[in-house]
Design a protein around this ligand. Structure first.
Ligand code: DC
Length: 230
């Protein structure tokens, strides 16, 4: 049994509710929550704004040389009750969820130097423990010694449907088939990339939430935390 605060790593496929669960879990137990995907999305947004992604191809050199000019931070927004992502002081939370960013974030996140810089910041965020972080490589690379590792999955159609509802709720005009194609494409790139591919850590517990409500999955993970921390 662990004494004191622990590190909780939540990995899994795109749009399977990792951040929803990680966020509510962190809130319930008074831990910090870090959305590592938001960091890769912030880099992608910065690259798009600088026109470093041309005809769908990221300009790797430009993106690497721009890494020092990107300061990614998180702040809790009392008004929305959400953890909000900032890039160089600008609130980019809505921008980074848009389909344009989703389309290019997987290729950008395959760049070794980008990963190195993000992992360094993520480890810094977790050095005092008491953190829930979600992503693709948190239990395998960022925090291989995390006390609790969860690997989340859900059927691709269900994940695409969730993302579709999330975007239409925000008033965006999106097409279901395109979203499903993006989910499939990101699964493929995230699982097959050379560096830190998405894979279940040997000691991670699988959670398939295809048929679970948010409340049920929170209850499930709280029980796991309790088993570890006592
Ligand atoms: O969790 P998300 O869908 O917001 O993540 C966006 C992309 O970022 C995802 O397609 C792959 C990449 N990512 C990553 O490579 N490693 C992480 N730890 C988190 C996200």
């Amino acid at each position: 049994m662990a004494t004191g605060k622990i590190i909780i790593a939540i990995d899994g496929y795109s749009s399977c509710g990792k951040s929803t669960m990680a966020k509510t879990l962190a809130h319930a137990i008074g831990y910090i929550y870090i959305d590592s995907g938001a960091m890769y999305r912030a880099v992608t947004l910065f690259a798009l704004r600088n026109r470093w992604i041309i005809n769908g191809k990221p300009n790797v050199e430009k993106i690497i040389s721009g890494l020092n000019d990107m300061k990614i931070t998180f702040r809790w927004d009392e008004k929305t009750g959400k953890n909000t992502t900032f890039l160089n002081g600008e609130n980019i939370e809505d921008e980074i969820r848009k389909p344009e960013v989703s389309k290019y974030v997987s290729p950008v996140s395959t760049i070794a130097e980008v990963r190195k810089a993000m992992v360094k910041q993520q480890r810094e965020n977790g050095k005092n423990k008491g953190i829930v972080m979600d992503g693709r490589d948190i239990g395998t690379v960022v925090f291989p010694d995390a006390e609790l590792k969860v690997f989340m999955m859900a059927a691709p159609e269900i994940r695409a449907q969730r993302r579709f509802l999330e975007l239409t709720d925000k008033g965006l005009n999106v097409n279901f088939d395109e979203i499903k194609a993006n989910v499939d494409e990101r699964d493929k790139i995230d699982s097959n990339r050379e560096i830190s591919p998405l894979k279940k850590a040997g000691d991670a517990i699988i959670l398939d939430n295809s048929n679970l409500t948010r409340e049920e999955q929170l209850k499930w993970v709280l029980e796991k935390v309790k088993e570890i921390t006592g």
